[in-house]
Write a protein that binds this ligand. Structure first.
Ligand code: CA
Ligand code: CA
Ligand code: CA
Length: 146
């Protein structure tokens, strides 16, 4: 209950900052993309810059804005805790560049509702999922099967 309240407060605070920074973020995105072009393959570029073996999650749809999740995916059973301030209930696009099946959870500590993201799967806009999973994910666990 308390954490949901904080999350929605945080969203309101941050949305103002995001609006003000739109033009700057777009410019940085272009720079980052061209820098990565020399070291990564086409698939990683198309997914907005996520290294092989990693799962990445962005603040905005289209693999844009702050990349709050950039985790080198561990073995089955390992959990990644998205930071409560930098990422919880903010992820809008995600790219699984690992060969592992991932569960993406509504709450901290791999608890609550979840959905699965297969190996190599990218979701450009989590709002496209049914039900809507935009600004929803709080933790990630590696599983052997969904
Ligand atoms: Ca979290
Ligand atoms: Ca977001
Ligand atoms: Ca959530």
């Amino acid at each position: 209950m308390g954490s949901e309240k904080i999350a929605s407060m945080k969203r309101r605070i941050k949305s103002g900052a995001a609006m003000a920074g739109v033009a700057v973020i777009a410019g940085l995105g272009l720079t980052a993309g061209s820098a990565q072009a020399e070291t990564e393959g086409d698939a990683e570029i198309l997914a907005g810059g996520c290294a092989s073996g990693y799962v990445c999650g962005w603040e905005n749809s289209g693999y844009g804005g702050d990349k709050w999740v950039n985790w080198r995916v561990g073995g089955v059973g390992s959990t990644y805790e998205i930071d409560w301030w930098n990422g919880d209930n903010e992820i809008s696009s995600i790219s699984n560049e690992s060969n592992k099946m991932l569960r993406l959870y509504a709450n901290d500590g791999a608890t609550g509702a979840y959905f699965c993201l297969g190996p190599g799967v990218d979701i450009r806009n989590l709002s496209d999922l049914e039900p809507d999973r935009n600004d929803w994910i709080e933790s990630i666990r590696v599983v052997s099967a969904c």
